[in-house]
Design a protein around this ligand. Sequence first.
Ligand code: ZN
Length: 381
Amino acid sequence: MFRTAWTLTHLRGIPLRLHVSLLLVVPFIATSVAARDLPFLLYRLGVDPTALTLPPLALGLAVALALFAGVLLHELGHAFTALRYGARVRAITLMVLGGVTEIDHPDATARQRFWTALNGPLVSFAVGAAALGLSRIPGLPLDVVVVALIVGLLNLVIAVFNLLPAFPLDGGRVLGAVLERWLSPDRAVDVVAGLGRVVAIGLVVWGVAVHGLMLVLIGAFVFFGAGAERRARRQRLAVEGLTARQAMVTRVATVPPDLRVAGVARHMLLQAAQAALVRDLDGVRGALQVTDLRAGAGERAGDLVDGEPLFVNVDDPLDDVVRAMRDRERPAIVLDHFNAVAGVVTTVEVRRAAGLKALADADLPSADAPALGRPGASWNG
Ligand SMILES: [Zn+2]
């Protein structure tokens, strides 16, 4: 998702990544703390700035680094809770507006999503309280006291801000999970997404009123985040109930790995194929759809399918298949019950199937809509 990030280390198997935007935001926080927050705090405490040992910029840097350590703990609060519920955590990325934890857990219950979302802000509250507690220990150097005070207050702000009831903030997910006790999951997402837009507009108006650029940026982030959450949900619903079988092409050309893209295209035309299977004597190396060929013009088929091929079963739910295709950025090779290749799921085919499903559902009251395709699924909801 975020390509401009370096993987720093792994924590319990989760890649911890630093986004390039930190290079800008850490100095920004360091200088603004040194220039604004620190003098203000010293003034409020009635302390003479000359009583500090370190220069203000060094203290600002300490605040910035401690702040991101706090953000990391917040994200670990999400990540470790999700791991405990059996989710896959793809990565934690620290970036300009804090952190992002990418969690893959399509079958999470409302209760599990509630705790996974809530444990981030709870960690921030704990970190904030601990830092404020530290600042009250008598006898500490003044430098440590002011850094602990600022970091403590900022962590409390992070906790409260993240609990705003708006996607993609934690508060939005918490509220969504709670609303699912009374509403359907889709209705709950709609309500929180709508509420998120109101919160976002409020943040922007507030930011403009106090000339706070950061508030305006965060407001915009929340506004578009609300839309993205809803869209992701819609995309999943668009193919819900369908299986891989209903979105696979069966006319597939088989090509050797050393054939160049032009040759692959020629093979596909000759065989009237909609996808190509790259295979040699050792077996299937991967599949290519037309967009892959366009992106890899001039290359060899084998170079376009590096890494493990994505195999799915004909009866696999299409929403899972689509998610895997998006994650791995490749078409899915569909195997039948004898483990022979039955076809390839392409993005074009997914769109066609989703379009047909929308047409098929159009004149049915949703409660009576038959579950298409999934064997054994109930026919009356
Ligand atoms: Zn969070």
